[in-house]
Design a binder for this molecule. Structure first.
Ligand code: ME8
Length: 511
């Protein structure tokens, strides 16, 4: 039965220059969205930009422009990422849109009605880069760092509305206990639990010393804290508060994908806001790891920030997508380097998949005038390719349900390896020499069925390459009209279809 599935990325600070971290979350969310569509689910996939706050106000000021002019000028850098990386988001939210203002005002009011908002004064430290209030423990941690490693923090003293976060300490702990799948990977749940067990102080949710934000309803001297504003985008995107039908169909979100650095906002503050507003909580928050570049932390001052547009230009979107999700288990940190990409292209894409497709289609061109042959009776080794294909589909489906991209890809390439071995062992070239046409037809038919299954399964990861292979197999309908259930019927590539070997799918790179 088809269900609706809602996946989000964080909304990126609009004045950031897109880097590999943004590309990573966006690609991961896209693969989840595409895989769900393949399973026949109705998907809603949201990304966007976070456009309010002190940092953006200051950047605009130093450029001599208004914050909205800055946002309008640079937002395309993120919007264009969807085309460059082949991302199929259903909507792109900007927090400066009117629909978002209504949503933020509405949730603020609901929380106020629950008695969870009060006026007081905030005195303490603030990290403008991360738009974060610094707790005493965090302050001590920062001060224990060598000076050059400390984030810039500022002393703040201003009137502020507070959210009664302390009231949600026990409800949150109880929720984590009852829903251990809420925060993934598991070890992150332990971190979050420990943080909450350490005690929660009420959270400042408005600022008065600048103006770039959404005013507090009924007190426009205050703008709402940018994280309160930004987190609400997940509601705005699905029609809150005006489009009840869309909202009920999609909320709660199935998964919020985030980087590990912003897990606390998503797994502590956000569920507490929702509990207070009487809204259901997202089903899962998955925190991924961080990428270093050639062993170093990515930073503007080091000058090693990886531009995703450049990677696409050099290697293509599919290779980039494959690399990011294959290189490290989703959740752990990883290291990005061109040599590592090249090793994957040459070893797995060119040798494994590319070689299988090209030699198979080449043989069908040579021995059967490019027409997919009819199979004769299946022998035990042909059946075992079929069985392995069916078990691979099941495995990949389970692994994707766990958001374990690398495992899904390992399973798929394990199957590709088996099929390549089957080609070697059945030696179609010998069958051709022996003029054993029936057996030759059965073997080549079996191989193209395996390629058909692989093509459907790699489609969410590498949509362009999958489309190319699908066309070369001569399949009449577009690949995006196919479902995983079609792949389960052994025989998706029909006898009589005309194939085309074409040029190399994944040209090798020199190190
Ligand atoms: O945090 N490796 O926006 P942002 C992997 N606006 N991921 C990385 C990374 C790296 N080296 N560097 C950054 C914000 N990221 C807020 C979000 S959501 C309601 C508001 C990831 O532009 C990081 O973990 O700083 C986060 O998920 C995103 O990129 C940061 O986006």
């Amino acid at each position: 039965m088809s269900k609706s599935f809602y996946v989000t990325t964080p909304i990126y600070y609009v004045n950031d220059v897109p880097h590999i971290g943004h590309a990573y979350t966006t690609i991961a969310a896209d693969v989840i969205a595409r895989f769900n569509r393949l399973q026949g689910n109705k998907v809603f996939f949201l990304t966007g930009t976070d456009e309010h706050g002190q940092k953006i106000e200051r950047t605009a000021e130093s450029n001599g422009e208004k914050p909205i002019e800055l946002a309008d000028r640079v937002v395309k850098r993120f919007q264009n990422l969807s085309d460059a990386l082949n991302i199929t988001n259903d909507d792109f939210i900007r927090t400066t849109e009117k629909r978002h203002k209504s949503a933020v005002e509405e949730i603020f009011r609901r929380i106020e009605e629950s008695g969870d908002i009060y006026l007081s004064e905030y005195e303490g430290w603030y990290d403008v880069r991360n738009e974060a209030f610094i707790t005493e423990t965090q302050y001590e941690e920062i001060m224990s760092l060598p000076e050059e490693k400390r984030p810039t923090i500022e002393k703040v003293k201003e009137e502020s509305y507070f959210f009664r976060l302390s009231k949600y300490q026990d409800p949150l702990l109880e929720y984590y206990k009852e829903h251990p799948e809420f925060v993934q990977p598991n070890y992150r749940l332990n971190e979050v639990t420990r943080f909450v067990e350490g005690g929660l102080k009420d959270l400042s949710v408005s600022r008065t010393t600048f103006t770039w934000g959404i005013p507090v309803p009924d007190n426009s001297n205050h703008v709402i804290y940018v994280w309160f504003d930004a987190l609400t985008n997940y509601l705005t995107g699905v029609g809150f508060p005006s489009d009840e039908r869309m909202f009920n169909e999609n909320w709660p979100a199935d998964v919020h994908l985030v980087g590990k650095d912003i897990l606390r906002f998503h797994a502590v503050y956000w569920p507490a806001f929702l509990m207070s507003a009487g809204l259901p909580l997202p089903k899962k928050v998955f925190a991924h790891g961080w990428w270093t570049v050639e062993g170093e932390k990515m930073s503007k001052s080091v000058g090693n920030v990886v531009d995703p547009y450049q990677v696409v230009e050099e290697f293509g979107a599919d290779v980039f997508r494959y690399f990011l999700l294959r290189e490290i288990p989703f959740g752990q940190d990883g290291d990005f380097s061109k040599n590592a990409i090249i090793a994957r292209v040459n070893g797995e894409l060119a040798n494994g998949l590319g070689n299988l497709v090209s030699r198979t289609l080449g043989m069908i061109e040579k021995y059967f005038d490019a027409v997919v042959p009819e199979p004769g009776g299946l022998e035990v080794e042909d059946e075992s390719v079929r069985d392995k294909a069916l078990s691979t589909i099941e495995l990949v489906e389970n692994e994707m349900n766990e958001i374990a991209f690398h495992k899904a890809l390992v399973s798929l390439w394990d199957f590709i390896g088996d099929v390549n071995k089957y080609v070697d062992e059945s030696a179609p070239w010998t069958l051709a020499k022996e003029k054993n046409e029936e057996r030759l037809g059965t073997v080549l038919w079996t191989i193209v069925q395996a390629i058909g299954v692989v093509t459907i399964l790699i489609y969410p990861f590498m949509p362009e390459s999958a489309e190319k292979i699908w066309e070369r197999l001569g399949c009449p309908q577009p690949i995006n009209s196919k479902l995983l259930s079609d792949a389960k019927e052994w025989g998706i590539v029909k006898p009589g279809q005309t194939v085309k070997k074409g040029q190399s799918l994944f040209p090798r790179f020199e190190k």
